[in-house]
Design a protein around this ligand. Sequence first.
Ligand code: FES
Length: 144
Amino acid sequence: MELPDHPTTTVSRRCFIGGCAAAATIVTTGTAAAAPDAQPCGTLPPGTVLAKKADVPLNGGVVVYFDDETSVVVAQPKKNTYTAFDAKCTHAGCMCSEVDQNLIICWCHDSRFSSVDGKRRSGPAKKPLPQIKTKIKGDDIVVA
Ligand code: FES
């Protein structure tokens, strides 16, 4: 797994849903750093914990890596408003690896997407990032 060469914090975790044993890594882009309790593996069944609210910085986000094909961006574009997107870039399939000032960034060719709705803001990508519906359950952000 290749991680971005930007200032980030990573936490390696195991995922426990669906019998997957692949390691997952959290990359935090912002001021906070931590990891969720459990992550999805390949699919995102309702109730899957994506991140803890406290781990997702305002105007930033976390990128949760599960395997080469499964990564999720969880962002907080407004105070106490959380969003989640498939991190796989719609340009050529690299994984977006950073959230900065409410922009989700794919460093492969510098596409940038809004962390509010996933729409492309700049770069060669044409389509938005697929959004993952979420809800709050206690301190967690989970798949709706
Ligand atoms: S793959 Fe993301 S910008 Fe090209």
